[in-house]
Ligand binder design. Sequence first.
Ligand code: GLU
Length: 423
Amino acid sequence: MSANRRDHGSIFRAMLQEFDAAARILNLEPGIWKILTHPKRQVTVSCPVQMDNGEIEVFTGYRVQYNITLGPGKGGIRYHPDVSLDEVTALAAWMTWKCAVAHIPFGGAKGGVICDPSSMSRRELEALTRRYIAEIIDLIGPEKDVPAPDVNTNEQIMAWVMDTYSMHVGHTSTAIVTGKPLELGGSLGRHEATGRGVMIVARESAKHVGFDINGATVAVQGCGNVGSISAKLLAQIGAKIVAVTDWNGGVYNAAGLDLPKLIDYVNDQREQRSVKGFAGAEPLTNEQLFTLDVDVLIPAALENQITMDNAPAIRAKVVIEGANGPTTPDAHQHLHQRGVFVVPDILANSAGVTASYFEWVQDRYGYFWTEKDVNERLEMKMCEAFNAVLQTSLKYHVDMRMAAYIVAIDRVATVTRMRGMYA
Ligand code: GLU
């Protein structure tokens, strides 16, 4: 996947292209336009780590606070060899629009470290995490900037983030990070939230487009947190998951894959986990996945996966962007013109950050909700966000991506105007 991502140039530029189109429709004044197209803070840090072989490695890390007008910066930390400042900036911008679409009181931020976690030991990962957090410690805080999991980071890593920050400030601070283990102030339902939101949005999209999600066929790219859980929850409401692919290969079964078994199969592998080789299914490549005759296609891996190289072959009625930035702007245009209903990332995967908001609220309150409470509130927030974007798309006669940007930019611009200019 990585070569493909690089070939398509600046991800931040792709974000700006989407932003500009929506800002034009909104008739946004030039001053606010300038503010909203510049990242507020971009920090690069070097993180020395003693590796298990005794040698010292220096890892480059980033934290970008794109905009903190609506509240503390919010956004995950990504560990990946292809992390770059351009990518982290685009992801921080998307977090800004995502929090605004989700209607939660957060700005947008993102972090990333250039590393290959699959080749690192647990001790090395812990040392890297603690050093990275120590390097950005002045930037973050429950009211400043609240990290969370993203690609290749998980609950254990969030526990180390929480501990490192707490040791620095001298007391336990649970609201510094979300996506923590339950025992450390995590929220019930957070782990499944992004996948649950993708399922809700797919169900609502099917209603709008005019087919029944019960019995609909689904193909999923990616079998990480988002891909696997959205597939599992869609199967629970009667959808037939016919294909799942990941970084190493894929599996296809026209009669529907057994999701709980597939997830167990992946989780039982110690490292370099993949769906490849799962019994009871035929092998399938990533390229083939995009050409399948399915009702719903869910890219839930990395950026720039749907490009003009494969978009013309896509036959799905609905595309739900589980990943951030999986579709290039020209490929999106092509799909839209062909009548494919594309639900953009900043809406489709926003349940993750919405549940993060719930976690942050519970930590600050010191009072924890039941899983039922979390899921019901998530359902309400997702339906509210989906409808706001759908109504905007009907009002302005634009696609769902443009509509989501219009909703988000309008909300951030309104608050920027009301707050006025400092100094
Ligand atoms: N990494 C997730 C995202 O891209 C969640 C961020 C968060 O919960 O702050 O939306």
